[in-house]
Design a protein around this ligand. Structure first.
Ligand code: ADP
Ligand code: MG
Length: 398
């Protein structure tokens, strides 16, 4: 799904308030009943003001009306959650405008954004738990086991986990983009001016780069971590111009690692499998793309674990728990990520997936979308609904 910010400017502050009320209501209600929205939003204009906002929001697809046997109500859509997150980043002055989409995976949208100084950043919007209609049939079991609306919860967990790890890794000196802020299912981070390894056809010294990547895997392991998706898409290669002593210009390549929601601990029950898979991924890629194979076998999990114990470095595998994750949250996220992985592996060659990605590309050709910048900013600090509504009673109290 694509982030569409076109309606953003036209929302009045009451609309934002009502949108936030629907979000708050959905913490305990699959379908948020209108009277509850009214209670939480408490607009000056009373119920009629709320109804006007509800219509406006539904019209642009930020909330959706659902009719159920017992009562009618509204639920927040992905678009609605995107808007709320953008609004928060904007109120914090971290984002002023939204530019082009640079990446779209099955689990995320990656957008270039800028603050009001013009500094470009990357906004990663997590989309975990999203299921396309075409694959619904094959995913019926998956759906059955998910409370509706859990995409919101799972995507938020993925963002929280990724943000916590990025902070911890940066603090330990790992080459990762600087994490700037997190709101709901989104992370704001520094833009890395680099291409993914996937897009690089030749490097001057494959052995050197290979050595550096393997050493990153081992360095992570020493801190108790396995990336879990250490592949050519998740390694960005920065080209740095250096001047040698003899005055010649040369390029050095510096890897930057991204994409952390699936990180696992070296103590995980399948740690060895994940570790070997990461190593294998790099080996396979270097052999295919650069025709380079290391003469050394391994590295092996056993040795990496021994080195971890001996090194006595700060262990980062407890980062997620330390950032407020409960055991249940860890488990929920892991289950969702593994299911998604399995679905991807299964569905890779299916027509359904092909069709879907074509459709995605069509979307990009929307003539009204020239890839230009869209200014979102009307929000200011006082407008931060997160803070504002936090002091209001929730449905538990009303
Ligand atoms: P996903 O979980 O969908 O794989 P990633 O975090 O791997 O998302 O990002 C997808 C793509 O977006 C990357 O392969 C990379 O090309 C680009 N990208 C992500 N983060 C950054 C960043 N901070 N700077 C530059 N490009 C990025
Ligand atoms: Mg990725």
């Amino acid at each position: 799904m694509k982030l569409d910010t076109r309606a953003m400017r036209y929302l009045a502050s009451e609309d934002w308030r009502v949108l936030t009320a629907v979000e708050m209501g959905s913490k305990n209600h699959e379908l948020v009943p209108t009277p509850l929205i009214e209670k939480i939003a408490r607009l000056k204009g009373g119920a009629s003001g709320v109804h006007r906002s509800i219509s406006a929001l539904a019209k642009v697809g930020l909330i959706a009306r659902v009719k159920e046997a017992k009562y009618d109500g509204y639920r927040l859509t992905y678009g609605g959650l995107d808007y709320l997150a953008l609004h928060t980043h904007s109120a914090r002055k971290d984002i002023y405008s939204v530019g082009t989409r640079i990446g779209v995976g099955k689990e995320s949208d990656i957008m270039i954004v800028a603050d009001n100084q013009g500094t470009q950043k990357v906004l990663k919007i997590h989309r975990l738990g999203r299921i396309s209609f075409r694959t619904v049939k094959s995913n019926r079991d998956y759906l059955k086991n998910r409370a509706s609306g859990s995409w919101m919860y799972l995507s938020r967990l993925a963002a929280m986990k990724e943000f916590a790890f990025m902070k911890a890794l940066l603090a330990e000196g790992f080459p990762v983009p600087e994490p700037i802020a997190q709101s709901r299912h989104t992370i704001l981070m520094a833009l890395i001016d680099a291409f993914p390894l996937r897009q690089i056809s030749a490097v001057p010294d494959p052995a050197k780069l290979y050595g550096e990547l393997i050493s990153l895997i081992l360095q992570l392991a020493k801190h108790g971590l396995i990336h879990g998706d250490f592949n050519e898409f998740n390694i960005l290669i920065k080209e740095i111009k250096v001047t040698t002593e003899s005055g010649e210009e040369a390029l050095t390549l510096e890897p930057v690692i991204i994409d952390f929601p699936q990180m696992v601990s070296m103590e995980h029950q399948n740690a060895e499998m994940y570790f070997d898979r990461d190593v294998e991924c790099i080996k396979r890629f270097f052999s295919r793309r650069f025709h380079f194979s290391s003469t050394e076998p391994g590295p092996f999990f056993k040795d990496a674990k021994r080195a971890m114990k001996k090194a006595g470095l700060t262990r980062l595998d407890a980062t997620v728990e330390a950032s407020g994750f409960t055991k249940k949250m860890v488990k929920d996220l892991e289950v969702a990520i593994r299911e998604k992985e399995a679905m991807k592996a299964e569905g890779k060659n299916s027509d359904e997936e092909e069709e879907e990605s074509e459709e995605d590309e069509d979307e990009d050709e929307d003539p009204s979308d020239d890839g230009g910048e869209i200014i979102i900013g009307v929000a200011n600090e006082a407008d931060d609904l997160d803070a504002d509504l936090a002091s209001k009673p929730t449905e538990d109290e009303v």
